[in-house]
Ligand binder design. Structure first.
Ligand SMILES: [Zn+2]
Length: 306
C-alpha cells in the first residue's frame, strides 16, 4: 500500500471536516421539511457557521466544508464568508440525496447540478466528494471518477490512513474478491468521528443528546492513537454546524483543538491538501491496472433472507 508523505516535521494531518447540510439535511433522506426542522437548519447557517468560523480562525485552522448545492443556493452569503476565510468546499450532493435510493442517471445529474451551483455562486469546482449519507450506490465510485474528483471521503476501509479504494466483486460461493483499485484517493470517514449520531436529537431515535465529555474523550483518544502509533496519519472528522454549534458542544470541540495544538507536528489541512500528499507504491499501480470485474454470481436460492 502507498502512503501519505506529510510535509517535513508533521506527524499527523488533521481535517476538521464540516458538513454544512443546513436545511437540506431534513429534505433528503430524513424528509421532514416542516417549519420546525427548517429552523434547525437555519440555526446551523445563522449561529453554527459564525461560531465555527471564529473558532477555526482563532486556532488558525483551514478545513473543508462539504456542502450540498441546495444549501449554497439557500445560504449563499454564509458560503461566501466560508470561502473568504480560505476554507475548501467539497461536494456533498445537491439535495443531500441518498445515492442508494436513486438511479445512476439521477445520481450523475445531481452531481452536475451541484457543480453548476458551485460555479455560479462561488466560482469554484470542488476536487473532493463526500456522499451525503456516507453510503455508496454501485455506481458512485464510477461517477466520482468520471466527474474528475481527486479524492473521496465517504468510505471506511481504513481509519487513520488514506488508501486507494478497491471495487469488491461479490461472490457468494467462493469468497469476495478485491478488484480494480480506484485512481481516486480515499480519505476515510468514521461514524465514531461524526458529531451527528451521538449528539443530534431526532424524535424516535435512541441516540443523540449523549454526554459531551464522552464524545470529547472518544475523539481525543482516536487522535492520540493516530498521533502516537500511526505513521503519516490522517485524522478526518466531521461536525455539523447545527449540532456542534450548540454552546455546550462548542466547548468540547474547543477543548479538542486545545489538546491538538498542544502537540508538535500537527498539520491542520484541507482534505484537498492531504490528498496531494499521497504516494503510490507498486502494488497500488498494479491494482489500478486490474481488469474491472464486478459481481460474479447472484445470491444462492438456499440463502436465508436477511
Ligand atoms: Zn451531510
Amino acid at each position: 500500500m502507498g502512503h501519505l508523505q506529510l510535509p517535513e516535521g508533521k506527524k499527523i494531518a488533521v481535517n476538521l471536516g464540516t458538513d454544512f447540510d443546513a436545511q437540506s439535511l431534513w429534505m433528503g433522506g430524513f424528509n421532514k421539511p416542516s417549519p420546525s426542522y427548517m429552523s434547525r437548519g437555519e440555526f446551523g447557517a445563522k449561529v453554527g457557521v459564525p461560531r465555527l468560523l471564529e473558532l477555526y480562525e482563532r486556532f488558525d485552522v483551514k478545513t473543508t466544508w462539504f456542502t450540498p448545492g441546495h444549501t449554497i443556493d439557500t445560504f449563499p452569503e454564509e458560503c461566501e464568508k466560508i470561502a473568504e476565510k480560505g476554507h475548501e468546499f467539497g461536494h456533498h450532493g445537491y439535495f443531500h440525496e441518498n445515492p442508494t435510493l436513486i438511479d445512476a442517471g439521477t445520481e450523475e445529474e445531481l452531481v452536475e447540478r451541484a457543480f453548476d451551483t458551485f460555479d455560479r455562486r462561488l466560482g469554484i469546482r470542488p476536487t473532493g466528494y463526500r456522499s451525503p449519507y456516507w453510503d455508496y450506490s454501485d455506481s458512485t465510485l464510477d461517477i466520482v471518477e468520471k466527474m474528475g474528483f481527486k479524492y473521496d471521503s465517504s468510505l471506511m476501509g481504513r481509519d487513520l490512513e488514506a488508501y486507494r479504494p478497491r471495487r469488491w466483486a461479490i461472490d457468494w460461493e467462493n469468497g469476495n474478491k478485491a478488484g480494480k483499485a480506484s485512481h481516486v484517493i480515499e480519505l476515510p470517514v468514521s461514524w465514531y468521528l461524526d458529531d451527528f449520531p451521538p449528539l443530534a436529537c431526532i424524535t424516535g431515535s435512541s441516540t443523540g443528546q449523549q454526554d459531551s465529555n464522552t464524545i470529547y474523550e472518544r475523539w481525543r483518544d482516536i487522535f492520540d492513537y493516530g498521533y502516537e502509533r500511526v505513521e503519516n496519519a490522517a485524522f478526518v472528522s466531521c461536525v455539523h454546524p447545527q449540532i456542534v454549534g450548540q454552546p455546550h458542544h462548542m466547548l468540547w470541540y474547543e477543548r479538542l483543538l486545545e489538546h491538538m495544538v498542544s502537540k508538535d507536528g500537527v498539520w491542520f489541512a484541507t482534505t484537498d491538501e492531504i490528498a496531494d500528499c499521497w504516494v503510490d507504491d507498486e502494488e497500488d499501480i498494479a491494482n489500478m491496472a486490474l481488469p474491472d470485474i464486478r459481481t460474479t454470481a447472484s445470491r444462492p436460492d438456499y440463502y436465508p433472507n436477511f
